[in-house]
Design a protein around this ligand. Structure first.
Ligand code: SF4
Length: 63
């Protein structure tokens, strides 16, 4: 399965991914972006987030 991953060291916490795809990305209490624990991920919405992430730090990883 492919899962989206956020490279936190590059993330500037701009919130674009959360806006583009709140069913996958969330801001956690520690102030970091988190990928929700889902069985499957909506590819088109995640790709929107990938495309618009200003830090280019979201990518797909094969599990
Ligand atoms: S869009 Fe990219 S830089 Fe912005 S919060 Fe999401 S992962 Fe971080």
């Amino acid at each position: 399965m492919k899962i989206p991953v956020v490279e936190l060291s590059d993330c500037i916490v701009c919130g674009v991914c959360v806006e583009a795809c709140p069913e996958v990305f969330r801001l956690n209490n520690a102030g970091y972006i988190e990928v929700r624990d889902l069985k499957s991920f909506p590819q088109a919405e995640v790709n929107e987030a990938v495309k618009h992430c200003p830090a280019d730090c979201i990518f797909w990883q094969e599990e």
